[in-house]
Structures are given as structure tokens and as C-alpha cells.
Design a protein around this ligand. Sequence first.
Ligand code: PLP
Length: 345
Amino acid sequence: APAALAAAPAANAVVDRKVYLNFNECPLGPSPAALQAMSRGLPTTGRYRFELAGQLRELLASQLGVPAERLALYPGSSDPLNRAGHLFTSAEASVVVPDPTFEAVADVAAAHGAPVRKVPLAADFSHDVEAMAAADPRAGLIYVCNPNNPTGSVTPRARIEWLLAHKPANAVVLVDEAYIHYSEQPSVVDLAASRDDLIVLRTFSKLYGMAGLRLGAAVASPALLARLEQIGENPLPVPAMLAADASLRDSALVPTRKAANARIRQQTVEWLQARGFSCIPSESNCFMVDIKGDGKAFSQAMAAQGVVVGRSWPIWPQRVRVTVGTEAEMQQFRTAFTDVLKAGG
Ligand code: PLP
């Protein structure tokens, strides 16, 4: 019989001695306060705990400065992202996305027959909002990812405001702020508190280290939230709510993790650039490095050295996405990178 899942190693970082820098997860996992809140609350997980969902909604809404009726919690931000891909696109209503970006919403739209309009990032790696606004007068959904995945590059708030002012009137704009906690950019969540054509997504999967726990949020008008809800309800995982509550109450968590990530990212990028490998400027927990060769072969060679890095996107076959790990993990990344370079001649 297969071993019980509970017998798997408890540590967040090490399951098989490989270093995982491939899914933009936080290498630190849930905060100590989150772990404690979860273990205390585990016996209550036989219940749905709807009252907890209500309290958490109030807490997150007040921290974001939006009315609670404009915020809906989901088990991860993929859930509302997928819903938006279904609801606001069709054979007649395209989705407009930057290229490269996180593909989930375009994949959902394409799967039900909607055209996908890919707009390359601008020369400074921000979203080309002029081209996105003009991409399709029949756009149903315009996806903005800030900071962008996979680049970590940012789009200034003024550019997003310009997009909102110039997009096709009927298009819904979805701003995915999965990585906003790592960046210096202001959120646009306040705009979702006053407009009826904007959805802003947040997640606990990244800086909060809760990817496997599943909790995210959508901020939008009550009418847009009601449309997202039409696809069906999905109660929230109780451990995730307990962890999120404890994390939000820990005011040092975001600044501490943000600073550590920025420092380790900077060290790694400087190391690569000193060796002639340019990196796209990032304000996130990932960056893209130009490895001056086939990105896919490079990722495979790194994995063979025990360091699993991200992938390339079709538009840039020589650039590879790397997630920022701990200092020790990035040391292993540098060692593997050096070995792979040597082997490649
Ligand atoms: N949005 C972006 C930009 C992401 O990179 C990810 C995950 O990698 C998600 C959304 C989905 O995250 P989750 O469903 O864990 O909140």
C-alpha cells in the first residue's frame, strides 16, 4: 500500500532534497503565528465555520480600505480568475492579455471558444496599455498582472488608470495582484471600490506562504461579485482561514518577508549580471534571466543538478523564470548554474 500522506516530511522546504524555484511559492511557508492558529483550530475543521469567513472578510476589507460588501473570499485566487475567464469571454468577446503572462485566464477563455489577444509587453516590460486598450473593440475581459508573472516587472498605477479610461466600455478589467506585497507599487484595490468594471484579485499563496492552504479574494462591485458567485459557491478551507487571520494580524510579516525577498533577489540578479546574464528588472519573488541558449534545455540541466527552476514562455525561448528562494537555496542555484555552464562549454 502507498505510504500515508501524513508520513511525508513536515518541513516546508525539503521533501526530496531538491531545491524548488519553479512555482513562485514562498520558501518560508505559513508564518509561525499562522501555524499555531491552525494547529489550535484543527479540531474544529469538521464544521464549515461560515462565521469565520464573515470575520475574515471584514478584517481583510478593512485592511484594504474597501467596504466588506465589495470583497469576496475564495479558496485561492485561481477560483475567481477561472470564473472571470468563463463569465466575461465568449466566441464574440475576447480576452486581452499581456505576453508573456500567467496563462490561466487565457486558457479558460480559449477552452470555451473565446479569441485570445496577446499584447507583447512594452520595451520597459510594463503592460503596453495603449495596445491593450486598442487590441479588440469587442474585448470582454482585459487581464492585467501587476507585478507580472513571469517577469516580475511592474505597470505603474497611472498606466492602469489610463487603461481603465480608454478600454472598450463593455470590457471588464481584471487586475491580478498576486505579487503586489513584494513590490513598491501601490495597489489599485481602491479603484475597485468605486468602479463597476474592475475586479482586483489578491491571494495568500505567495508572500503569506499559503499556496497549499488555498485562500484568495476578489474585490469588485456587488454586481460583479454576484456574477462571479453565479457559477456556484465553494466553502473556504478552515485551516486557511485561521492562517490568514493570524497572518493579517501580524503587522511585521509583510515588511519582513518583502525585505528578505528583495535582498536575496538583488544578490542573485547581481551575481548573474556580473557573469553576463541579463535579468529583467523585477519587483516580485521571481525574475527572468536570459541564459543565452535554449531555456528548456537549461531548465532540464538545472533539474538534473537538483535545482528545479521555472520555464520559458514561447515569446522568449531564451529567458527562464526563477523563483526567489531562501539564501541557502539561492546559493545552491548559483552552484548548479555554474556547473551547468561548465558542462555546456
Ligand atoms: N495569479 C498569478 C499571477 C499567479 O502567478 C498565480 C499562481 O501562480 C495565481 C494567480 C493563482 O494562485 P492561487 O490560486 O494559489 O491564489
